[in-house]
Design a protein around this ligand. Structure first.
Ligand code: ZN
Length: 335
């Protein structure tokens, strides 16, 4: 199942903004061309009760009281911002419910993205934290949810929402030091949530080899031990070497391998209750071929990729993975 609405193309329609409708158009066009844009369903808006589980009332009031305002200079509020952001959250909620019920992977192709939106703030092109809203809804009904955030930016919003919550494991790989500046390895959660926040703070140049080691030495052992009931992926494609906003170096095949291994991990730990939700990614070809690759894998097919350069032969991420393992060793048995 792919949950998608053309209404997502109406958000922030300026072609001058980096988070622009052409991103989603490029993904849908490639999936169509590959015969992968099938079994598509329209979302319903997220119920306000689900939104309120994650975002506080004073923050939500901003959408009503500040139309034509800004959350930050690049995150504008328009008349329809709240409606479309709520529909994006609804899409991830619908995809998660479909996956939990059917024990099959699902996909939510949405914009705006969400992982920078926290309990009382938005920013970084994000308004409502769609993945967090879906995770919180299922955690509230007693499920354990693992969120794997492969966007190149740290998901400060998701981390803040679940910092003290042991029902939701948040794992982020990101370039450390760029926007929003958060996410050192030493951030491990708070109170009862200690050990359920896992940050791998990569430096510039980390690519396929670094992500492979992070998966082997951090992500897989921790997710297996956590025993989730569902795995949600915040899939930003801006860690790609062609991305204009960051300096990470995943190739298209490296990205597809990372996500495919995550799907296989979900198959082993939670019966393929596995959701891919779109976050960032700003190079249209990279975005399209990575999404075609991962949706193709879920459909049992291969999609061709052209952006295949391996730029991380030195495995620049080893120090970050070591730092994460050291910070997490009191919570998890990491050999
Ligand atoms: Zn990003």
């Amino acid at each position: 199942v792919i949950v998608y609405s053309p209404r997502f193309l109406d958000h922030a329609p300026s072609p001058l903004h980096v988070e622009r409708p052409d991103r989603l158009r490029a993904v849908v066009a490639r999936l169509r061309a590959e015969g992968l844009f099938e079994d598509v369903v329209a979302p319903v808006p997220a119920p306000l009760a689900d939104v309120r589980r994650v975002h506080g009332a004073p923050y939500l009031d901003a959408f009503a009281t500040r139309p034509d305002g800004f959350l930050d200079p690049e995150t504008a509020l328009d008349d329809d911002t709240f409606e479309i952001a709520r529909l994006a959250a609804g899409a991830v909620l619908d995809a998660t419910r479909a996956s939990v019920d059917s024990a099959r992977p699902t996909v939510a192709l949405v914009r705006p993205p969400g992982h920078h939106a926290g309990p009382g703030y938005g920013g970084g092109f994000c308004y409502l934290n769609s993945v967090a809203i879906a995770a919180a809804a299922h955690a509230a009904s007693g499920r354990r949810i693992a969120i794997l955030d492969y966007d190149a930016h740290h998901g400060n919003g998701t981390q803040d929402i679940f910092a003290a919550d042991p029902r939701v494991l948040y794992v982020s790989t990101h370039q450390f030091g760029i926007y929003p500046g958060t996410g050192p390895a030493e951030d491990v959660g708070e109170g009862e949530g200690r050990g359920f926040t896992v940050n791998v703070p990569f430096r510039a140049g980390c690519g396929d080899a670094s992500y492979r080691v992070a998966f082997d030495d951090v992500i897989e052992p921790i997710v297996r031990a956590f025993r989730p009931d569902a795995v949600l992926v915040s899939l930003g494609v801006d860690a790609h070497y062609r991305d204009p906003l960051t300096s990470l170096a995943l190739s298209s095949p490296g990205y597809v391998e990372l996500v495919n291994r995550s799907a296989d991990l979900a198959a082993r730990t939670c019966g393929s209750r596995f959701v891919l939700a779109m976050e960032g990614g700003y190079h249209l070809d990279a975005l399209a071929e990575v999404w075609a690759g991962v949706v193709g894998h879920l459909a049992g097919r291969r999609a061709e990729a052209h952006l295949t350069a391996d730029l991380d032969a030195e495995m620049r991420g080893a120090p970050a993975v070591r730092a994460t393992r050291a910070a997490q060793s009191e919570f998890w048995n990491l050999r």
